[in-house]
Every structure is written in structure tokens, then in C-alpha cells.
Design a protein around this ligand. Structure first.
Ligand code: AGP
Length: 621
């Protein structure tokens, strides 16, 4: 949730750090700070100001003109300690000779704090993070006494400090005694190292250092790295040096820019047809293996699978729901659907004949990572679906399917949702063909139909003006219900989430048939109900549900198929979308509802890319 960037280069790092902070802005933050090493002295600059601290940092002349070649920077999203200047990162030890930035939560920081205070340490902030700087201070003293000028003293001190930490962390540390070094360590929170021509970089997010580096290494849990201007050394938790292979990231710097669009979210919405097409390019339903970008098991094992679990959070959970309907329909295997944060705590029954599919665009959502860790221990086969090559979700799994949506910066997921639907629906068809529940010709027809959805998304996107006119009628509305049945249900959940996230309006997604079991009591003439009523086998039932809400006074809007000539006779406000095969309808039906959320957020004057209280990647439980 917090953003980290660090650099050790041949030239001044101030601009790189400030630019990097700006690239991390989209994660949302309440404070930001920088530490530089200047002539073996650490200089700290920190501000707490909601979404404005980077601007303030950029105006500090001393920081801008600094010739320091090593530094760290951080955007904070407060978990422990209110947002104020003291609680902002980087944090220092007692003598300001060690600086650290941290992403994650140190769960046992109170115990560590008592222990440090007894030893006479002066703790200045109310954060869980500052203790790390003081632990390193103590351990470095011991290392210096026993190993004198050993250049590995700092990395050893950081390593020893990790011994005491319980919780999650991506940590980067600098020391005035080792002015050319940055040490990073990771447990459950992302750290990527970038190697470039003018120096080396670290970050919590590859998008922040894309412009500077061309080779990348995503740290795995319990790894520690020592980064200098011309070298990277990687260690395991016992400080044995380990070999590594860097990854090349196909995303370009331009991919992570707005490129003239008014917001990242809008740009990413318009990128959906391409994200969809790219995600399915080179996949072949007749060769199941081609659905996997990484595979570490014999795919024939999928013949033995008796049960599938799909886990994810937020939008990724909604794409999991679409996949459940598709897999059960085509593959005839029971599929359970789990919100990742609930999965391991409900003690699910898993064994070697279970397949668990974890879905996360970032590949760093801690709840989803923990769910897969749990599944791993039970011998289940594990497949992950992620948009980020090298992300934690793709480590230690049997296979990986990547969505190829490019970097998604807007907090509200749009193009990665479409990418997830593409790969999961394609995989479901392929698995049906592989297990013999679909004939080859059937599978081919479905896949052809799936591929055609990219043009339909495009057609829907071109109707923005029509959709906006309808959305404007809802300016001032406060309570929304999105309802649908079957494939309209996940679309309703996703539409409600989008509206909540960026417009801050109360919205609920409901199975249309469930409304009368309670929620209908809430409805009155101040309520808006948006029904997903595109042509499918439950179309008539959805219309009846819409009539029920209309007779309670609700203002009804409908998403309907272009070919539906009847619906206009019953309802006035209709978002028409291209006709789409029922199981693929979520891909197209969501487009007008993304525009609805976007338009209402704009009318309310909200920052759609940085909605309040939210972070793009949720790395705390
Ligand atoms: C989607 O618009 C949200 N920003 C959020 O619900 C998100 O989908 C969720 O946090 C999961 O993220 P992930 O896909 O990166 O795991």
C-alpha cells in the first residue's frame, strides 16, 4: 500500500526519487519522504499532507539541488500512527545514521519497542516501522565491533534485525557508514530491483523504475539483496549468496503514462479491447499448455482434478465468479468461490485432487498470497492468474496464466478485469475440450465467439456519449442497487464496486432474485436500480424483478442487448450493448457501467485515479 523507491547511481538521485514518488502517487498516500546520503550524512525530508506531500517535497530547493547519489523515498498509507510529519517515512535510528522505509505491518512492534526503550533508544514516531531502524542500529554496532571494516556488516545487521520481526515487510535501508549501499529485504510485501546503465534501483512497484532500468529482479520472500551502484548481490535468509536471473519487463515507460487522456482510468478503459486481444493472442484451446505462460507440472494431472476453488479479492473475485459459472457449465467439475481473506480461515477441504486458482492483477495482494500459501500446504495443484510478471503470486505455483493488459495505474480495475475474463473463459473452454466435456468443434466455436468480444468491447466504448447522457440523469442520486441473474450477477457486483470506489456513492450488487428476500424493503423513490437484462435464459425473470422494484418507486435503468426491441416499451433509460453470447456477456455488459461510475465520479469532482481511502495494491491483511 505504501510505495518505496530507492536509487544508487553515478549521478544525483533527487530527481529520480521525486519522479519515482510521482509514479507511485496512484497508490494513494497521506505522507511522503526522502532520505539522501550526502558526504556520509543522512538528510531526511518528510511531509504529511493528503496527496500533496510530493508536491511539497518537490519545492525544497536543498533537496532538488542535492548531489547525493544514494537515497530512498516513500509514500505512506497510514496503518499505525496518524498521518503526520514524524510518522512519515523514512525513519531513522537514534543518531540519524540509518534510514529505513517499510511497506507492510510489523505485528509485534509493541514488544520490540519496549525492548528498545529499555535499552535507551529514543523512538520518535507512533509507527510500527521505526523499530526496524533501531534494531539495525544495535546490530550494526555489534557487527562493527566483531568484523571491523567488513563491507558486509550492514547487510548482516539488517539480516539479524529481521530475526525479531513478525509480520510483513518490504524494507529498504541505508546507512551513513556504508554510503554506497542499499539493503532490501522482503516478506510478503513486494520489492523489485532494477538494473540500469547509470546505476541500480529498488522499488515496491516496477512502474516507478521502468524508465531507469532495463533488467529486473523480483525478490522472493526471505531474500535479502545488497545493491550498489554497479552491483547486485542476492542472499537467502542464512546469508548464503544465491544466483539469480533477471527478468525483462515488456511494459514501456509510455505504457505507464496518461498520454493525453484526462485520467489513467479512462485511458485504461479505452485499452480494454487491446488488453483482451493481447491476453488471448497465441493461446490455443486445442493445446491446454498454451494457456500457461509458466508451467511446472504435467498438465495431464488436470484430468484427475475433482474440485476447483477460485480465490481473489474485489474485482478479481468478480472475475472468479464469472469463471466459476463457465467452468461448471463446460467442464462439469464443482467449483467453489472464495473471497481470499476468508478462504484459509474457514478451513476448506483440499487435497491432491483439488485445483486452486488464485487471481490477482497485482500479484501482490496479501490475502490472495496467503490463500495460495494455505493451498500449497495441502498438496492442491495451484494456478495463478496475474498481470504482473515476476509478482509474488507467480512464485511457487504449478502454473501461471498472465493477463497481458499492460500496467494498470488507475485504482479502479478495468482493463485487468477484462484480461482476467479473457484468460479464465478461454481456459474454461480449453479445459472442457481437454477433459472431453466439450467436443473439439464446440470448443472451437466458443473460442471463436470469445475472440470476437474484443470488437464488441470496442463498439460499446464508442457509445460513451450515449452512456454519459444516461449517467447524467443520475446526478444527485445517492443509493444504487445493481441487480442481475446468472452472468448478470458478477457484472452487478463489479458495477457496484466501481461506483463505490470512485464516486463514493452507496451501491450494492445483488442477485436480482434475492432482492425480494429483504433488501427490497430499502427501496423507495430515492433509490436507483440498474438491472443487467441482456438476453439470456433468465431474461424474463430479470424483467419481472425490475418490475417489482419499479412498483416500489425505484428509478430503474437497464443494460440491454441491441437486438432487444421490446425493452424500450417497458423502460425509458437503457444502456444498449452489442449482443453477446450469454457466458461472455460480462465482458461487454460492464462497459456502460464503468462509464456510469466514471461520469458520476467526475460530476462529483472526484479524483478518479486516486480515490479516497483506497490503495491500488493491498499488501496488508
Ligand atoms: C478494483 O477496482 C479494486 N481496486 C480492488 O477491489 C482490487 O480488485 C482488489 O484489491 C484486488 O486486487 P488484485 O487484483 O491486485 O489482487
Amino acid at each position: 500500500m505504501c510505495g518505496i523507491i530507492g536509487a544508487v547511481t553515478v549521478e544525483s538521485v533527487s530527481e529520480t526519487l521525486l519522479e519515482g514518488l510521482k509514479r507511485l502517487e496512484y497508490r494513494g498516500y497521506d505522507s511522503a519522504g526522502v532520505v539522501l546520503i550526502e558526504s556520509e550524512v543522512l538528510k531526511f525530508y518528510k511531509y504529511a499532507h493528503l496527496n500533496k506531500s510530493i508536491e511539497k517535497l518537490s519545492k525544497i530547493a536543498e533537496l532538488n539541488s542535492s548531489l547525493a547519489t544514494v537515497g530512498l523515498a516513500h509514500t505512506r498509507w497510514a496503518t499505525h500512527g496518524v498521518p503526520n510529519d514524524v510518522n512519515a517515512h523514512p525513519h531513522a535510528d537514534c543518531t540519524d545514521s540509518i534510514g529505513i522505509v517499510h511497506n507492510g505491518i510489523i505485528e509485534n512492534y509493541r514488544q520490540i519497542l519496549l525492548h528498545l526503550e529499555k535499552k535507551g533508544h529514543n523512538i520518535k514516531s507512533n509507527t510500527d516501522s521505526e523499530v526496524v531502524a533501531h534494531l539495525i542500529e544495535d546490530n550494526l554496532l555489534v557487527e562493527k565491533q566483531s568484523n571491523q571494516d567488513d563491507p558486509l556488516n550492514f547487510v548482516r545487521a539488517v539480516r539479524k534485525s529481521l530475526n525479531l520481526l513478525k509480520g510483513t515487510y518490504g524494507i529498504a535501508a541505508v546507512s551513513s557508514d556504508f554510503p554506497g549501499q542499499i539493503v532490501v529485504a522482503k516478506n510478503m510485501s513486494p520489492i523489485v530491483v532494477g538494473l540500469g546503465n547509470s546505476g541500480n534501483y529498488i522499488s515496491s512497484d516496477v512502474a516507478a523504475i521502468l524508465e531507469k532500468a532495463d533488467k529486473f529482479l523480483y525478490l522472493k520472500d526471505n531474500q535479502i539483496a545488497l545493491i550498489t551502484q554497479d552491483n547486485l548481490r542476492l542472499y537467502d535468509i542464512d546469508l548464503n549468496e544465491i544466483d539469480f536471473k533477471t527478468t525483462e519487463v515488456t511494459w514501456s515507460y509510455a505504457d505507464a503514462q496518461k498520454l493525453g487522456h484526462e485520467s489513467f482510468m479512462l485511458k485504461e478503459m479505452y485499452e480494454q479491447p487491446v488488453a483482451f486481444k493481447n491476453t488471448l493472442a497465441d493461446r490455443d484451446i486445442n493445446k491446454l499448455e498454451l494457456f500457461f505462460d509458466e508451467i511446472h507440472f504435467d498438465p495431464n494431472r488436470l484430468m484427475d482434478i475433482q474440485k476447483v476453488f477460485l480465490v481473489g479479492c474485489g474485482t478479481s473475485f468478480h472475475s472468479a465468479m464469472v469463471a466459476k459459472y463457465a467452468i461448471e457449465h463446460w467442464v462439469r467439475i464443482p467449483v467453489e468461490l472464495d473471497i481470499a481473506s476468508e478462504f484459509r480461515y474457514r478451513d476448506p477441504i483440499l487435497d491432491g485432487s483439488t485445483l486452486v486458482i488464485g487471481i490477482s492483477q497485482s500479484g501482490e495482494t496479501i490475502d490472495t498470497l496467503a490463500a495460495l500459501n494455505f493451498a500449497r500446504k495441502s498438496r492442491a495443484k495451484i494456478i495463478s492468474v496475474s498481470n504482473v510478471v515476476g509478482s509474488a503470486l507467480t512464485n511457487n505455483v504449478d502454473a501461471v496464466m498472465f493477463t497481458r493488459a499492460g500496467p494498470e495505474i488507475g485504482v479502479a480495475a478495468t482493463k485487468t478485469y477484462i484480461g482476467q475474463l479473457a484468460v479464465l473463459l478461454g481456459f474454461a473452454i480449453s479445459l472442457g475440450k481437454f477433459r472431453g466435456t466439450l467436443f473439439k468443434s464446440e470448443a472451437e466455436n466458443y473460442f471463436r465467439e470469445l475472440l470476437s468480444c474484443s470488437d464488441k468491447i470496442d463498439m460499446a466504448l464508442k457509445r460513451r456519449e450515449d452512456y454519459n447522457q444516461l449517467a447524467q440523469k443520475l446526478s444527485g442520486a445517492k443509493d444504487f442497487f445493481f441487480i442481475g441473474r446468472n452472468m448478470g450477477y458478477p457484472t452487478s457486483l463489479e458495477a457496484a464496486l466501481k461506483l463505490k470506489e470512485i464516486s463514493y456513492l452507496h451501491a450494492e450488487g445483488y442477485a436480482a432474485g434475492e432482492l425480494k428476500h429483504g433488501p427490497i424493503a430499502v427501496l423507495d423513490d430515492q433509490s436507483t436500480v440498474v438491472g443487467v437484462a441482456t438476453k439470456n435464459k433468465l431474461y424474463d425473470k430479470v424483467l419481472s424483478n425490475l418490475e417489482e422494484v419499479r412498483s416500489r418507486g425505484a428509478n430503474v435503468f437497464v443494460v440491454a442487448s441491441d437486438s432487444d426491441e421490446e425493452i424500450g416499451k417497458h423502460f425509458e433509460n437503457i444502456f444498449y450493448v452489442p449482443d453477446t453470447f450469454e457466458l461472455f456477456s460480462p465482458i461487454v455488459d460492464i462497459i456502460p457501467l464503468q462509464f456510469l461510475a466514471y461520469e458520476l465520479a467526475k460530476l462529483a469532482g472526484n479524483d478518479v485515479d486516486r480515490p479516497r481511502n483506497l490503495a491500488k495494491t493491498v499488501t496488508v491483511e
